[in-house]
Write a protein that binds this ligand. Structure first.
Ligand code: NAP
Length: 156
């Protein structure tokens, strides 16, 4: 069965803008959860694109965002960790590489399983390596391997 509905996590970012625009132009229905809806407002004008403000780190919220979605693309990533103590009042901004590259993918896998999502595409990074000197690349490797190890060939 052809996929018609896609949830793009991190859809408001650089790659996300290109991907969501392409998906919309090809007639997909696209859901983009954003930390600040305002930041992704240019996507709102695209046909079939829904932008929702949501905390995707909350498992129940994430699970409900996947209702009716046949595929998920996870583009969430950061290049730099926030300074400790920064933006403590905003829980979606708390944490660093582990939260974005390891804990979130773990939650995404669980939510996809619960929601019966058949296709998961997880964006890792070239050079992701569990033994890298870079904490970024180590966290990317950990997230990548837990998606690949989830046991579903349609999740990669
Ligand atoms: N662009 C590249 O050359 C490149 C190279 C290698 C790998 N990648 C990977 O490709 C993916 C997309 O890259 P990109 O260039 O599009 O990055 P980007 O422009 O920085 O976009 C990242 C997206 O992730 C979201 N995000 C970041 N931290 C988050 C958090 N803690 N909770 C929820 N959302 C969070 C951002 O939301 P906000 O808009 O709210 O900040 C944004 O929508 C990332 O995983 C990145 O590591 C990119």
């Amino acid at each position: 069965m052809a996929i018609k509905t896609v949830c793009v996590l991190g859809g408001g970012g650089f790659v996300g803008h290109h991907l969501v625009t392409l998906l919309a132009s090809r007639g997909f229905r696209v859901r983009v959860p954003a930390r600040r809806r305002e930041d992704a407002k240019d996507l709102l004008v695209l046909p079939g694109v829904e932008v929702l403000e949501a905390d995707i780190h909350d498992p129940a919220t994430l699970r409900s965002l996947l209702d009716g979605m046949e595929a998920v693309v996870n583009l969430v990533g950061i290049l730099h960790e926030t300074a400790s103590g920064a933006a403590e009042s905003d829980k979606t901004r708390r944490g660093g590489f582990r939260q974005a590259h390891v804990e979130l993918p773990r939650k995404v896998v669980a939510a996809c399983r619960e929601a019966g999502v058949g296709r998961l595409l997880h964006m890792s990074a070239l050079g992701a390596d569990a033994h890298s000197q870079s904490a970024y690349q180590r966290s990317k490797a950990e997230g990548e391997s837990l998606v690949l190890g989830a046991g579903d060939d349609s999740w990669r």
